[in-house]
Design a protein around this ligand. Structure first.
Ligand code: ATP
Ligand code: MG
Length: 202
């Protein structure tokens, strides 16, 4: 047998073992439930991953709700795309980045008013997917009551998926989540002086 054939044969055997292992795991996964997903960490990709799941959900005809807890200075592509979509209810917090407003009282009032929209979505079993973008900051800054938020997340309809994004997710959020991804920053173009790019960053 040539060296190449030998290698092909070993590869086939390894793939067969891998398939048997994965098929076994797939057979064990029998639960259907609403998931809570947390995307956190300092690396780029939290909101864009969350909006990727939103796009998938919309594609499947699911009803979705989005709350963006921080309003940036640029009009985002996700807002332009989904704001008038018949399957999507989209709310953006009516204030700028906190370090731009520098007005804690006004930020708290805006956070609380925005949370009411989130609470409505988390209470509505007809909403399949709720995306709470940049929610983590509302808890780290103490703008929203932690227990109120955790309780609303835990008591949502059992089949409703919820996605939470933002850096430094609190341990309580991580505890109640089903899937947690921490995105690490290996490199970011910003540190080489590159400006935010339309479509990539917003
Ligand atoms: P994205 O929306 O691109 O998925 P994100 O949600 O992970 O990013 P945020 O902390 O919400 O990150 O920051 C939003 C903006 O800041 C985006 O323009 C993003 O490209 C940029 N950004 C994200 N991570 C970093 C980083 N580590 N350093 C500098 N800028 C970043
Ligand atoms: Mg983000």
């Amino acid at each position: 047998m040539s060296k190449q054939n030998d290698r092909n044969e070993r590869h086939k055997k390894a793939m067969e073992r891998k398939k048997a292992h994965i098929d076994g795991k797939i057979a064990q996964a029998t639960i259907d439930k609403g998931l809570m997903i947390v995307l956190t960490g300092n690396g780029k990709g939290k909101s864009s991953s969350a909006f990727g799941m939103l796009a998938r959900s919309v594609g499947h005809g699911l009803r979705c709700g989005v709350i963006q807890f921080i309003k940036g200075v640029w009009e985002t592509g996700e807002h332009l795309l989904f704001q008038d979509h018949p399957q999507v209810e989209f709310h953006v917090m009516n204030t700028g980045f906190t370090w731009e407003t520098q007005d804690r009282e006004a930020d708290i009032a805006a956070a609380v008013a925005t949370w009411e929209k989130a609470a409505e979505l988390l209470n509505n079993k007809d909403v399949d997917v709720v995306l709470l973008d940049e929610l983590t900051y509302m808890l780290t800054y103490g703008y929203l009551d932690k227990e109120m938020v955790i309780s609303a997340l835990e008591n949502r309809p059992p089949m409703q998926h919820v996605i939470v994004t933002g850096r430094s997710a609190s341990k309580e959020l991580i505890e109640i989540a089903d899937t947690v991804t921490e995105l690490g920053e290996s490199k970011h173009a910003f540190y080489d002086g590159v400006k935010v790019q339309k479509g990539i960053d917003y």
